[in-house]
Design a protein around this ligand. Sequence first.
Ligand code: MTE
Ligand code: HPA
Ligand code: MOS
Length: 760
Amino acid sequence: MKNFDAIKHVRGESQFVDDILVPQGLLYGYVFYSTIAHGKIKKLDYSNALKIDGVIDVITAKDIPGENQIGGIIQDENLFAEETVHFVGHPIALVVAENQLQAHAGARAIECGFEKLPAIFDPREAFEKGEVIVPPRIFSLGDVNKAWKECDYIVEGKVESGGQEHLYLEVQGSFAYPTEGNGIKIISATQNPTAVQRTSARVLGIPMHKVEVDVVRLGGGFGGKEDQATAWAVMTALAAKKLNRPIKLILPRQEDIRLTGKRHSYSSDFKIGLKSSGKIISYEVTFYQNGGAAADLSPAILERTLFHTTNSYYIPNVRATGISCRTNLPSNTAFRGFGGPQAMFVMESAIYKAAQVMGVDPSFIQKKNLLKEGDEFPYGQKTKNCRAVRCYEEVESRYRISEIKKSIDEFNQTNRLYKKGVALMPVCFGISFTTTFLNQASALVHVYTDGSVSISTAAVEMGQGVNMKLHHIAAKMFSIDPKRVKIDTTNTSRVANTSPTAASKGADLNGYATIDACEIILKRLKKVAADELKKEDPSKIEIKNEIIFYDGNKTELIWQKLINAAYLKRVSLSAQAHHATPNIYFDREKSKGEPFAYHVYGTAIVEATLDCLRGTYTIDSVKVVHDFGESLFPIIDKGQAEGGIVQGIGWMTCEEVMHDKEGKLLTDALSTYKVPDIHFAPKDIQINFLEDVPNPYGPFKSKAIGEPPFMYGIGAFFAIMNAMRSFRPKMEIELKAPLTPERVLLSLYSEIPELTLQNK
Ligand code: MTE
Ligand code: HPA
Ligand code: MOS
């Protein structure tokens, strides 16, 4: 089974929103937005825009028949600004024209005057001024205050991690058209079709059943289309409704980068206390999350930061405070890892700095503190089937870590201007939406009379291969030729009240729902087969490769005949099933519970080479032992691991989101925003599957894969840091990501008195 999307992608035959054949009378939209970060709209005159050839209308908040409100967790976000704008890029109007160029020209002709108000971009400043999105959250275990007294070493520090642009290949876009009886159909590039449906209904003031949302596939989402595909879809719905014509809105790449939120940058303070043995006794941390102008998913992301405070380690005394700060930037949003990577970077930074103070290798501290079976996380859950130690030890022994370290030492002693570094990065990631109610999904399965099968679920395909996995599950359940199975589009009329495809839970939730729906049909089919074969016991019927067996013996009956017989007997060949992850809960008041169905474990060894004259570096290799459970689809899972790693390395190294003093994004094109390309990606990525690790909580004993490997990329930061310290041992360690070549160079040659070239 080759990835069935691959051929279509390569031939350019796959359909994305912008490729859907459009009906007659199509109009195009262009978003007009604020050019200041905070202020009052004093004047909005679009009469000149309407004079432009082809411009049909300018849609603003005044055209909204329902509520001008698109907030999810918190109702704090309007579709179009009314009196006040809160960030550069805040949408004010949608210009609608006969073609895209005319719509753009219309937007340029709008006259808009602002009265500027003070703006905040820094999360700590926002916190000081009381600008928080939700009250601070605290997760704690043991008693940190008492524990400091037991420590031989106490180390404090500040850690910064930057934002990250999603840079999905397909930009944000939507296409909507009016349907009979005041309805609307929306084809959106969203990870969350139900959010688009619910929010459109709310803004249009119509019931949800009048809104149908359909998603074919996305050219990547990475979390950037979990919440932030909604606004554009609602804009097209609103314009289509008002003008009674089909409307398409595709954000040009630069606008996409400017108008949408990124991974949250964080500024954090830590204090870590250890015994001389390397055992961590106590850990206190405060996370200042740069939320941007609206809540969006920030509170949930902050919560996942707190869940992953201690990464792969057991620490008996922990106090973690999370503060979601409101700033005048586009609202930051979900991005692979969902706040987890930010927490893990702080944890690893604390270990790194402590190791430096103690004069040991960070891996010495890592190993002393890895989670073991039954250890308690700060949120009360205890580990089950814990594989932290196994992954760490297997990667160490498989690649002979002591030899790697030795050869790096030798290299560094014999080379003056090139230095190498290595770091280990263990990862432990919790699987389930931390918002418990989202852990549900449904599937609708139809078997047609020709024996072909169609599967509809809540899962959105965005390149992660969930459709291949569901396809595989359905073919396996019925034991039929995979060619008979089709995964249908994600559609709110076929599968309702869906959770977003996110939290790496897409294959788990929708896989289980698909298994259950297939099971219902199978049960009916077995009864029909027993009848047809004039046998007593339907439970002795089995289908193997389209042939019906009874009590282990092959019969004359085959799949296609069986389906036909069922139809003639008026037995339903369709089934719907709903799956909800069992036994998970979380008490937000106490910040305790069992929020995760299970955890994913693994460890990476990351090696880097630094050019100490230029500050440039290569990430030479990433070697991983990862717990995939019993992989549903090894080649997809391996691809997810490799892609996640490169994306994680990008976040830590070359990708730098920068704004000017007025809050305008400076890095709004690929000329100024550097992402890893094939030359930058590690030449050598080795992904090893931990063996014999069936996961009792995943479909066919599999494990989720989408997000966890991203965090192996954090190892790149410390591998480069080690190479830098080999060049300049007394260098002041700045725990600030991304560690761009510029920052490396400045650190290597910053003016501190003892600067001399080492190893002359
Ligand atoms: N892989 C590709 N190719 N494209 C994507 O957009 N998104 C990631 C991950 N892998 C993404 C991807 C994110 S953020 C998540 S949460 C998961 O896929 C979602 O899919 P899953 O739940 O089916 O793993
Ligand atoms: N991951 C992704 N999206 C979410 C989550 C999560 O844990 N919780 C709520 N939305
Ligand atoms: Mo992924 S950040 O949960 O879409």
